[in-house]
Ligand binder design. Sequence first.
Ligand SMILES: [Ca+2]
Ligand SMILES: [Ca+2]
Ligand SMILES: [Ca+2]
Ligand SMILES: [Ca+2]
Length: 419
Amino acid sequence: MRPQSTMKRLALVAAAMAVAVPAHAQALTACKWGSPGYSWAMKTPEGTKIATGISGDVILYSSLTLSPGKVIPVGNFWSGLGYNWVGDFNGDGFDDIASANGSTVEMRLQTNNVPISECRREVVNGQSLTKRQDYKLSGFQKDSLQVSGSWGAPGYSWTGDFDGDGRADIATASGNDVRIHFYDFTGYTVPATQWLYDAGHSPATYQREPGYASCSTLADHFGQFTSKTWSVPGGWGAADYSWAADFNGDGTTDIATANGGNIRVFSSKGGRTGGFDSKDFSVPMPWGSGAYTWAADFNKDGKADIASASGDTISIAIAQPVGQKGVLTGFAVERQPITNWWGDAAYTFVKDFTGDGRADVATARGCDVKMSASTGSGFAAPVDWRYSLRAPSTGGATGISPPTSYNGCGLGSVVGTCQ
Ligand SMILES: [Ca+2]
Ligand SMILES: [Ca+2]
Ligand SMILES: [Ca+2]
Ligand SMILES: [Ca+2]
């Protein structure tokens, strides 16, 4: 049986986010949203923000500050609905983006001042000089990787750390197969090869020579995927009622799928050959619409719970027993009050915005964004975030930022011999 899929009491905003600005928000000159399905809550070096992908850009909207959105060019790599994911693929604490198109996975890894030192060696009038230039990588670094196997139907692909190594992977389910693409991060830089050239020779002559340990350059690839197929007994619920999260709190991502009053949990046994254990739990959950149903940890015990909103109530299936990591004996349903102010589901985000370990709810109507913080037994009155969605600034950093230091050996000015 498919879970109840209507949500009559919700004040739904029509899918016109990109153009409609509510009358009471006229003071706001602009805000932009990507198409439904291309917005996410994202951990960034400046806290958890709301990200939206539009053509070749990602706009990051701050949550709690009054600063305008930051536009970051990333290239127009987006895949179809259901095959774009946000997760921390390299385990540095900041969320990244992956997008699958056939056998190609486009990666955009968020960087925060990653140092890189490029070197150049010159011979000028017979004197050898090494020049080192220090950069810092910021913004999203681009990578394009190949994976093998096929993708499940839209809504049955997720990101999560299925082997428990601290880095997000990608899983896609089809029938009894869950294909998992495990991600290994290999680093942004590799030791550099320097170029030796004779500036005093006309025309200048160039030859390669091995790099010094302190010299680096961007690697061709920053990581790779290793793919495995794990078997499950199937029994899938609808796509909107299937989630990947750590339901038993052992540090590995599991998959849960709901069918009416039954939640089937495939819990990862860890590692890359571990596979899933499968268990059914009877849960008297009053499901709301699947678009307003999420898996997240609402009581900060490290185990993901499942919440479904309907009007002024969120019903939460709390993973049991509370606080006992690695053990899942079922779910206990709690009904918690929340202010009935909902934007469109595609612009509603469940994530720990306040940093207290409990998942909160943020929802956008046009340029108005409100966040309802979880208190553990309910949700506080929504905080208005609309000021953070004023006209985005342009020119956000990407790729290699301007040099931050020269170590006395800046390019363009020969100042000495630097090793
Ligand atoms: Ca990351
Ligand atoms: Ca992993
Ligand atoms: Ca787990
Ligand atoms: Ca929990």
